[in-house]
Design a protein around this ligand. Structure first.
Ligand code: PLP
Length: 400
């Protein structure tokens, strides 16, 4: 009989969010009258705004015409790649350095093909689970040790270090995942911090995969929205980004990755050329309809809609954070990101999760699910309808 890929066996239990969904289902089955509100998963809830939605429907309509029809566009529609360079990177990248994807998560998984199973991995701890689980699946990380996966350097981000890790822990010639604004902590690295990250990666011959999926939530103009705001980043960083949260495209599926020409392996070979080969070999490009929607999202009216949608979710974040702080719970995040990271010192985060579900009928996310340093924290997500968020905030007062 065919053998199971041993890397799959290395993955611990279920993925975090299916486990939360299971616990929610069990609670709902035992309490059929409970109106459960989710502040758990980072899934968007609000409709796509009209101008961007017209971009999608127009994109579909054009495919039904001789003049407007298009087929495979492996690395993305040229005008969209150029527009991304203009809107997000002050035109500093050529179109062939920007690769359109079906979302940041998919690219995070595929990017590991560039470096193979032997690469050393570092992640912020806590971190978005895909960096770690993807590394385990490709064999770059080993089995669960009881406190993390073998072969992964966890870089703790705690209140003590202001949620910015000790960069001495970055491995030599490795791959460093870095997410800012951060999921789950909501912390945003400032320019000086990112400059030290770039310096450390270059000194160690490592590559950063910079996840900027929440960059459009940054409101403080002093905070960098891209790793390429930092001198030297083109020599050591790939950036992934997404239309999911700012444009409501979680179900539409559209993102991009920037792989600069300057980025090289130790051998001097081009990482960009290999990425182009991988994309055309196992991907074949994002939906042309989604890309038409993406183009609409990046013109003047679309950017206004992105601003208004992200403002809406940030409004939710403010309500949640202030409801928690009124209870004396110490929090970070929610001001330049849609996540609030709440501290319950000395407590087990799954136990706090259960208490919030039972007392408030509110679903949250236990911090331990994001890595060892997430223990005793809870992540609250600002993605929700306003009336649900308001109701959840009232119910949270039961935690007093
Ligand atoms: N990166 C981070 C940090 C995320 O939190 C998420 C989704 O929650 C993603 C990437 C996935 O984005 P996409 O929908 O583009 O795959």
């Amino acid at each position: 009989m065919i053998q199971r890929n041993p890397c799959i066996a290395n993955i611990k239990a279920g993925y975090l969010f299916p486990e939360i969904a299971k616990r929610r289902r069990e609670y709902a089955a035992a309490h059929p009258d409970a109106k459960i509100i989710s502040l758990g998963i980072g899934n968007t809830t609000e409709p796509i705004l009209p101008h961007i939605n017209t971009g999608l429907t127009e994109g579909a309509r054009r495919l039904g015409t001789v003049e407007g029809y298009s087929g495979y566009q492996d690395e993305g529609i040229l005008v969209l790649r150029e527009k991304i360079s203009t809107v997000f990177y002050k035109t500093q990248f050529a179109a062939n350095e920007i690769f359109i994807s079906d979302g940041a998560k998919c690219d995070i998984g595929r990017l590991q093909l560039l470096f193979g199973a032997g690469v050393k991995i570092a992640v912020q701890d806590p971190s978005y689970p895909v960096y770690v689980d993807g590394s385990v699946l490709t064999g770059a990380a080993g089995g669960w040790t009881g406190n993390g996966y073998a072969g992964i350097s966890y870089l703790p981000c705690t209140a003590e270090n202001n949620y910015f890790p000790n960069l001495d822990l970055i491995p030599q010639n490795g791959l460093v995942y870095f997410c800012s604004p951060n999921n789950p902590t909501g912390a945003v690295a400032n320019k000086d911090q990112l400059a030290t990250l770039v310096e450390a990666a270059r000194a160690k011959g490592s590559v950063i995969i910079f996840d900027a999926a929440y960059s459009e939530f940054i409101r403080d103009p002093a905070l960098p929205k891209s790793i390429y705001d930092i001198e030297g980043a083109k020599q050591c960083a790939i950036e992934v980004n997404s239309f999911s949260k700012p444009a409501g495209f979680t179900g539409v599926r559209l993102g991009w990755s920037v792989v600069p020409m300057e980025l090289k392996y130790e051998s001097g070979q081009s990482i960009n050329a290999d990425w182009s080969r991988i994309v055309s070999t196992i991907f074949n490009g994002a939906s042309n309809i989604a890309q038409a929607g993406g183009l609409a999202a990046l013109d003047d009216d679309g950017l206004k809609e992105i601003r208004s949608l992200t403002d809406f979710y940030l409004g939710n974040a403010k309500l949640i954070r202030s409801a928690l702080e009124k209870l004396g719970i110490s929090c970070i995040g929610g001001d330049n990101s849609p996540y609030i990271w709440a501290h319950f010192p000395g407590r087990d985060s799954w136990e706090v999760f259960s208490q919030i579900l039972e007392k408030c009928q509110v679903v949250s996310t236990p911090g331990a699910g994001f890595g060892p340093a997430g223990e005793s924290f809870i992540r609250f997500s600002a993605f929700g309808h306003r009336n649900d968020v308001e109701e959840a905030c009232v119910r949270l007062s039961r935690l007093k």
